[in-house]
Design a protein around this ligand. Structure first.
Ligand SMILES: [Mg+2]
Length: 123
């Protein structure tokens, strides 16, 4: 299997660290970039064109929802997995309508994250 390249976007460092650890425990899964707001997400999508981006919803400067459209425009092959908190279902639905492919709800289990990755890679 070819390497799968990830960018992780979340304003909380501990959340990026946790996701990176879960992802990189899998052979061939490589985190190539990180961001802490929507602007950085768009920038990373433009530069790195990752296979998968995990995108937090609640972030300062620009939230994840506002970034989805531009990420899809800059890097149409990047599959976006939204990372939401409980009670953000309507925002998740909005993100899916704009092109995000799946979502995980915090706090999440590693198995759910890996399942979401499988879901979006099989599209
Ligand atoms: Mg956040």
């Amino acid at each position: 299997m070819d390497e799968l390249r990830f960018v992780i976007v979340d304003d909380a460092v501990f959340m990026r660290t946790l996701l990176k650890k879960m992802i990189e425990e899998v052979d061939n899964y490589k985190v190539v970039g990180e961001g802490s707001n929507g602007f950085e997400a768009i920038e990373q999508a433009k530069i790195l064109k990752p296979d998968i981006m995990t995108l937090d919803i609640t972030m300062p400067e620009m939230d994840g929802i506002k970034a989805v459209k531009d990420i899809v425009k800059c890097s149409p092959n990047t599959r976006i997995i939204m990372v939401s908190a409980m009670g953000q279902q309507s925002m998740v639905i909005e993100a899916i309508k704009m092109g995000a492919k799946d979502f995980v709800v915090k706090p999440f289990e590693k198995s759910r994250v890996l399942q979401a990755i499988k879901n979006v890679t099989n599209i």
